[in-house]
Design a protein around this ligand. Structure first.
Ligand SMILES: *Cc1c(COP(=O)(O)O)cnc(C)c1O
Length: 367
């Protein structure tokens, strides 16, 4: 609190990101970073870009990156918007597409940043409960008489549950709400078994109200470079450009643009790493179930788990003492769950080893 703060600054409830402690040997499974390195071609492109031209501003329209993404996703460049992390893309969408007279609809268990943006921009929202298994029910998102959404937003797979809504259900929601922009945050879709069949990008050309948001932070191992993008109808993209050009002309710097383009073009590296994460997710899920954990089905690079005999917050604290970080959220419906990022083999092994000790199963059957 400070008397120079505006009323806006006073009233915010900012999002709190997972911690990034500067400790060596930490098993960091708390912020859904990719355990594998980014494409070596992306790193080389960043090094090449770090030369004399850094004195010049970057391309404000990010034309090369939009062209690369358009070609990768088989859409036109006018359907592509890019930003400084998908958080920024989302922020521009909140003010540019999701703020209307009728409230914004979103799930009750979802990405914690959404309510923070609603408060920042004064957007009224309504949270629709997921079912008992944390699945989104598409019928809850259909207009009912006078009751209709001003806009609709949900992550798919959802965060922090990891649950995937089939594309047919996504389409049902988009088609039933022509009055509302529908934003699908697909930060984790590349970890679905078949992303091309799960992603709503396949619908992008057909619905004028659909916007799909992706990030380079998870599946492309570039959280540190800050690149996000959206694909949708050119008119929605034009709306986002109006917001962006009223806020920051150069959200992506020269290093980020160069690295992002090279990353998109290195398809083999991308495929290899997403498959490694998917395989580790299956293995870790089986091992945790063997320890008595309930593990929600996940199409993401994390799993959402609870143990019937262990308090989640306590468990997170005990893991922390073993230098293993996982994410615990205090919200009522999810307070007994932990969100665990899929690490590499040695990180997953360290987690299982520590959990065996903590749960008093140290001497029990080794598989
Ligand atoms: C990680 C995440 C983002 C933000 O990604 P950045 O591109 O790093 O800003 C957006 N949405 C969800 C659901 C996420 O988990």
């Amino acid at each position: 609190m400070n008397r120079y703060w505006s009323a806006v600054a006073h009233e915010l409830l900012p999002y709190v990101p997972g911690e990034q402690p500067a400790l060596d040997n930490l098993v960091k499974l708390n912020t859904n970073e990719n355990p594998y390195a980014p494409s070596p071609k992306a790193l080389a492109a960043i090094r090449d870009a770090a030369e004399g031209s850094l004195r010049l501003y970057p391309d404000p329209d990010a034309k090369a990156l939009k062209a690369a993404l358009a070609s990768r996703y088989k859409v036109s460049p006018e359907q592509v918007f890019v930003g400084n992390g998908s958080d920024e893309v989302l922020a521009h969408a909140f003010i540019g597409l999701l703020k209307h007279e009728h409230p914004l609809w979103m799930p009750d268990v979802t990405y914690g940043f959404y309510p923070a943006y609603c408060r920042l921009y004064g957007i009224e929202y309504r949270q629709i409960p997921l079912d008992g298994d944390f699945a989104l029910r598409p019928e809850d998102y259909l207009p009912r008489g006078e009751e209709r959404a001003g806009a609709i937003l949900f992550p798919n797979p959802n965060a922090p549950t990891g649950r995937l809504l089939p594309l047919a259900d996504v389409e049902r929601i988009v088609a039933a709400n022509p009055q509302a922009a529908v934003l699908i945050d697909e930060a984790y879709i590349d970890f679905a078994d078949e992303p091309d069949k799960a992603s709503a990008i396949a619908l992008a050309g057909r619905y004028p109200n659909l916007l799909v948001v992706h990030t380079f932070s998870k599946s492309r191992s570039l959280a540190g470079l800050r690149i996000g993008f959206a694909i949708g109808h050119p008119d929605l993209v034009a709306g986002l450009e109006r917001i962006k050009n009223s806020f920051n002309s150069y959200p992506l710097d020269r290093l980020a643009l160069a690295g992002a383009v090279a990353s998109v073009k290195d398809e083999p590296w991308f495929q290899t790493n997403r498959r490694k994460v998917i395989a580790s997710r299956a293995a870790l899920t089986a091992q945790l179930r063997a320890l008595g954990f309930e593990v929600l089905p996940s199409a993401a690079n994390f799993i959402f788990v609870r143990h019937p005999a262990a308090d989640a917050q306590e468990l997170a604290a005990q893991l922390r003492e073993c230098a293993i970080l996982v994410r615990h959220f205090k919200a009522p419906r999810t307070a007994q769950f932990l969100r665990v990022t899929i690490g590499d083999d040695s990180q997953c092994a360290a987690l299982i080893h520590a959990l065996r000790d903590i749960l008093g199963m140290a001497g029990q059957a080794k598989e």
